[in-house]
Design a protein around this ligand. Structure first.
Ligand code: GLU
Length: 481
C-alpha cells in the first residue's frame, strides 16, 4: 500500500478529473456477442453498429441483455414487437453548443446533451452531469440505466439523462451561473413538467439546479416547479432529496444483509467518493450501526479506523469543495491520507462504490474478496466493471447493482414532483418513511423476480428483469410508437 504524507497537488494529476478509473473499454464486444442468447445477439450487434465506440453504452446494454434472455423466451410477443431493439434506441437525442465567457472575458464552448430515452411510464426523468469526461456514450449509458431504475421504483417516470463536458471545479459562482444559463437557454425548449424533468448528478447540485431553474423560469415566464427536481426547500424542493441517493443505498444494503441473517452493526464499511451520494451513504450507514473506515476523491483516499467524522467531511467536501487531504489535515492523527491509490485496499466487510462508472475493477474486487468482503452495493451508476461483478458473484459476495441500490435518489425526485403537483410540502420524517418503503419494495421486487427466474440471490437479474418487464408491458400496451 502506498502511504506517506498527503500531497493533494501531486495526487491530483494521477486520476482523471471526475475520479473515473480511466480504464479502457470494460468489455470486448465480439466476445460478448458470442456469449449471448441467439435472439439477443443481433440486438447487441445493432447497438454496437449504430453507436460505434460507445463502450460504456455497450456495457450497460449488455448488462441488461445478458439477464433478460429467459424473459424473452417466456414472452415471444416481446420479440415479435421488436421490443429489445426499441428499448435500446433512445426516443430522442439532443446535442447542442453551450457558449459562455469566463470572468476574464475569455470565450469557452462546451457540448450539451439530453438523451430522452424512454417515456412509456412517464415524462423523461434523470439527472444532468457536468464533468469533462461527459460524452454521448456516458450520457446514453446513464439514460439507459435510468429507464430500468426508474421503472423499478414503481413511480410514474420515464428515463433520460443529460449533461455537458463542462468542469465546474475551480470555476467561480458567476462562471457556473453563466454556463448554466447558456445551457438552459437551449435545453428549455425540450423540457416541461409533463415532458422531461432533469435533476442533478456528478457536478450538478443545488447551486446549478438553482441557476438552471431560474433561467427556465425567466425564459418561459412560468413558475413550473415540477420541471426540475433537487431544488432548494424555499423554492419548491423536497426534504430528503439531497440525502436520498446515499440514504437509499444504505437502506438497501441493510435489507441485503438482513436477508442473509446479518446486519450493519459493528461492520467495517468502505465507501468510494465523497460527493453527495457518498457523504449521505456514510451518514446513514453510521446511523444504522456500521463503521465507515474509508472514503475517497479523485486525489486520493482516507483511512479513518475509528469511523469517518461525517460533519467534518460535509464541511470539507460539500461546503468548501476542498480536497480530501483537507479532511485528513483537520482530523489530526486518527486518519491517514493516501495520495492516489485505491480505497478498496482498506479491509472491510461491506463496500459501497459511490464515485463514478468503472471505478471498481477486477483487481480491486479480488482485493476486497481477499479482505473478507461480504456485500457490495453500487451507490454510483455502473461503478463495477463486468469482470469485477463476475468475480464478486463467483466468490459468493452479495452484489446490489446501482439500478436498484441507488434508485432512492430518483424515487425521491418523483416524490418531489408529487409535492410540486399538489403544491404540498412534506415533513422530513414522512418523506424518509416513503423512501424506506420504496427501497424495501425495490429489494423485494429484485428478490421475488430473481427467484421466479431460478436465481434467488441474483440482484442483477432481479433488478433488470423487474425493471424491464414494467417498461416492456407499458410499451406493448401503448402500441408501436
Ligand atoms: N442522477 C440521479 C440518478 O442517477 C438522480 C436522477 C433524478 O433524480 O432525476 O438516478
Amino acid at each position: 500500500m502506498s502511504s506517506a504524507g498527503y500531497e493533494p497537488e501531486a495526487a491530483s494529476a494521477t486520476l482523471p478529473a471526475d475520479g473515473a478509473s480511466g480504464a479502457g473499454p470494460a468489455i470486448d464486444p465480439r466476445a460478448a456477442t458470442e456469449g449471448l442468447d441467439e435472439r439477443l445477439a443481433p440486438v447487441f450487434e445493432a447497438v454496437i453498429r449504430r453507436n460505434p465506440g460507445e463502450a460504456e453504452f455497450h456495457q450497460s446494454v449488455l448488462r441488461v441483455l445478458e439477464t433478460v434472455a429467459p424473459v424473452v423466451h417466456r414472452h415471444p410477443e416481446y420479440a415479435e414487437a421488436k421490443l429489445l431493439e426499441r428499448i435500446s434506441e433512445p426516443e430522442r437525442q439532443i446535442i447542442f453548443r453551450v457558449p459562455w465567457s469566463d470572468d476574464s472575458g475569455r470565450v469557452h464552448i462546451n457540448r450539451g446533451y439530453r438523451v430522452e430515452f424512454n417515456s412509456a411510464l412517464g415524462p423523461y426523468k434523470g439527472g444532468l452531469r457536468f464533468a469533462p469526461s461527459v460524452n454521448a456514450s456516458i450520457v446514453k449509458f446513464l439514460g439507459f440505466e435510468q429507464v430500468f431504475k426508474n421503472a423499478l421504483t414503481g413511480m410514474p417516470i420515464g428515463g433520460g439523462k443529460g449533461g455537458a463536458d463542462f468542469d465546474p471545479r475551480g470555476r467561480s459562482d458567476a462562471e457556473v451561473m453563466r454556463f448554466c444559463q447558456s445551457f438552459m437557454t437551449e435545453l428549455h425548449r425540450h423540457l416541461g413538467e409533463q415532458t422531461d424533468v432533469p435533476a442533478g448528478d456528478i457536478g450538478v447540485g443545488r447551486r446549478e439546479i438553482g441557476y438552471m431553474f431560474g433561467q427556465y423560469k425567466r425564459i418561459t415566464n412560468r413558475y413550473e416547479s415540477g420541471v426540475m427536481t433537487g431544488k432548494g426547500l424555499s423554492w419548491g424542493g423536497a426534504r430528503v432529496r439531497e440525502e436520498a441517493t446515499g440514504y437509499g443505498c444504505a437502506y438497501f444494503v441493510a435489507e441485503m444483509l438482513t436477508t442473509r441473517g446479518e446486519s450493519l452493526g459493528g461492520r467495517r464499511v468502505a465507501v468510494s467518493g465523497s460527493g453527495n451520494v457518498a457523504v449521505h451513504a456514510i451518514e446513514k450507514v453510521q446511523q444504522l450501526g456500521g463503521r465507515v473506515v474509508a472514503c475517497s476523491d479523485s486525489s486520493g483516499y482516507v483511512h479513518d479506523p475509528d469511523g469517518i467524522d461525517v460533519a467534518l467531511l460535509k464541511e470539507v467536501k460539500l461546503a468548501e469543495r476542498a480536497r480530501i487531504g483537507e479532511y485528513v489535515r483537520r482530523r489530526g492523527r486518527r486518519a491517514r491520507g493516501f495520495a492516489g491509490g485505491s480505497v478498496w485496499e482498506v479491509p472491510c466487510e461491506i463496500a459501497l462504490p459511490c464515485a463514478t462508472q468503472n471505478e471498481l475493477d477486477a483487481r480491486a474486487a479480488r482485493r476486497l474478496v481477499d479482505n473478507g468482503v461480504i456485500t457490495v452495493a453500487e451507490g454510483a451508476n455502473m461503478p463495477t466493471t463486468p469482470d469485477a461483478v463476475r468475480l464478486l458473484r463467483e466468490a459468493g459476495v452479495a452484489f446490489g447493482p446501482g439500478m436498484a441500490a441507488n434508485a432512492g435518489g430518483v424515487a425521491t425526485s418523483a416524490l418531489e414532483m408529487q409535492q410540486n403537483a399538489s403544491r404540498d410540502s412534506w415533513s422530513f420524517d414522512h418523506t424518509e418513511e416513503r423512501l424506506i418503503e420504496i427501497m424495501s419494495d425495490i429489494h423485494a421486487a429484485c428478490r421475488e423476480t430473481a427467484a421466479s427466474y431460478g436465481a434467488p440471490d441474483d440482484y442483477v437479474t432481479g433488478a433488470s428483469i423487474a425493471g424491464f418487464q414494467r417498461v416492456a408491458d407499458a410499451m406493448l400496451a401503448l402500441g408501436l410508437v
